[in-house]
Unconditional design. Sequence first.
Lengths: 120, 120, 120, 120
Amino acid sequence: MGKKTWIIADGYIPTYGTGKEPEFSSHETVCILNTGNQDANVEITLFFTDRDPVGPYKITVDARRTKHIRFNDLYDPEPVPKGVDYASVIHSDVPIVAQHTRLDSRQAENALLSTIAYGE
Amino acid sequence: MGKKTWIIADGYIPTYGTGKEPEFSSHETVCILNTGNQDANVEITLFFTDRDPVGPYKITVDARRTKHIRFNDLYDPEPVPKGVDYASVIHSDVPIVAQHTRLDSRQAENALLSTIAYGE
Amino acid sequence: MGKKTWIIADGYIPTYGTGKEPEFSSHETVCILNTGNQDANVEITLFFTDRDPVGPYKITVDARRTKHIRFNDLYDPEPVPKGVDYASVIHSDVPIVAQHTRLDSRQAENALLSTIAYGE
Amino acid sequence: MGKKTWIIADGYIPTYGTGKEPEFSSHETVCILNTGNQDANVEITLFFTDRDPVGPYKITVDARRTKHIRFNDLYDPEPVPKGVDYASVIHSDVPIVAQHTRLDSRQAENALLSTIAYGE
């Protein structure tokens, strides 16, 4: 179930956070579900405002598993910069579903946003 | 109206909350609408990061009714674990519409997120 | 542009709010855009958990205009109850676009959610 | 990847904000991603409740780049009014993806919302 390509146009990791880490660190997540019987080889490419795209970041989501990936934890080929606008394309070799969620803890009280990604 | 299968990739019930219960308990909800003239037999299956899927959780949404289901209230075949990443597939024998909402009350002030689920 | 039928599965108007009214009243909104050259005759029907649907609530969205409708302001055929789960079907005689937004001001600090409705 | 027309039905820029500017100014953003090899010529048209549409606001999103556009920063043909309901149509000559995000900082603690726009 799902689609092979997903897009999150609004990427942004706040530069700081407040509260207990890592639970309340400011972070941005793409939640991927692979309902199929075959492992999903996922490649994430990041797009920026003023330089060429970076990637792919390679991730495996096992068959019949979900993986909630913090962009903060992506380090190869390079860490995702904080405080910078970006966007991401998530491509998989088998159908998956992707949802985008951000926790912003720059202030004392957290703010949350979430949306289904754009799939095609 | 709607579709028979819906997917919520970002599932997470915070482990605790603050404020008056149950109104302000941290919770996660799937809101289902059945606009048809036939009752909807709905089965929810949960997917995890590191173990096999669990379910089905069986729910009936009567004809021309809505049901807002807290994942916190699903107990059979087993309670939905808190503080753990999951994802859910909602399957119905008649077309329905599903929307995902989370209230996070771990802090003094609540945070909210919502998105239409992915339907197919 | 758009579709003739839109569905919001998660309807809920908090029973109270804090802060300056009406700006910070807890409220729930459906934002409708009619980009066409013909007025849109819109009918909203509300679905509940334990009783028959109520409606239609009739609204006109003029050609090339947007209308942001608070469910709190719908009174005919009856006021939308507060603190009660509902869902809504928005039907128009010409294509429109509908987005759902809630401001929850039950606490000192507001929480916000928004999602595109389900269209078909 | 994407579509040529996107619609955000819920447009609203709060009239004021609290906290450090511009990071915590109340603002509303459309995040656009152009994954293609050709620059995207984007035109935004604003729709209102009680007057004719305004636009187009012209923006270029370069090939393989993302641009996160604050409506607050649109000045030509006229500034986007604050505290007023509006909606927007985003049209591009090549496929793009658009996501809508609002930061509301009218209170001490921020609130956030986001949703994929409606594309067709």
